[in-house]
Design a binder for this molecule. Structure first.
Ligand code: ADP
Length: 166
């Protein structure tokens, strides 16, 4: 069985992430979307468990997608879950440099692991969780940015959090 892992912060999951999830789940037998708690990014808007719940909500109809959360290195997580592929989304050339370096580090840590890059749909090329949080803070319409099922939760969380997550 070809199992792949799609790691990221997903704070919160966006339509750009969801597009990658759908496309990757059509390529692999099983896709684990893994909320990776990154030591470099502290805090955040949603807790890792809340991010997992949001991703579960928007992937309900994708039977081969599982959602998890991990505090370990992605390469370790992949090894212990018997996955040999990492999926990453590429938005712009600016994503490329960091992603390719990360892919090489992960392959060094776990040589059986390969990284597959899916290009973003142009309509999502500008979209990031940071953009979503910024727009939500100004009360903007989020329907072009996050799945409709979670719009209210994002709005409410941003309103309740003030500037704490910045
Ligand atoms: P961000 O906070 O920038 O949204 P994440 O760490 O949550 O980033 O992203 C996880 C993965 O999803 C990364 O591989 C990232 O490049 C990819 N990704 C994020 N947004 C998009 C998008 N709009 N289109 C395609 N891939 C994306």
């Amino acid at each position: 069985m070809r199992r792949a892992i799609y790691p990221g912060s997903f704070d919160p999951v966006t339509l750009g992430h969801l597009d990658i999830i759908k496309r990757a789940s059509a390529i692999f037998d099983e896709l684990i979307v893994c909320v990776s708690v990154n030591s470099a990014k502290t805090g955040g808007l949603f807790s890792p468990e809340e991010r997992v719940a949001l991703i579960r909500q928007v992937t309900e109809e994708l039977p081969n997608v599982k959602v998890d959360c991990s505090r370990e290195l992605v390469a370790e997580y992949a090894k212990s879950h018997r996955a040999r592929v990492l999926v990453k989304g590429l938005r712009a050339v600016s994503d490329y440099e960091a992603e390719i370096q990360m892919a090489m580090v992960n392959a060094k840590l776990y040589p059986k692991l390969d990284t597959v890059f899916l290009y973003t749909r142009p309509k999502y090329a500008y979209l990031s969780s940071t953009v979503v949080k910024e727009l939500a803070r100004y009360g903007a319409d989020l329907s072009d940015f996050v799945p409709r099922q979670i719009i209210e939760q994002v709005r409410a969380k941003v309103a309740a959090s003030g500037q704490d997550y910045l």
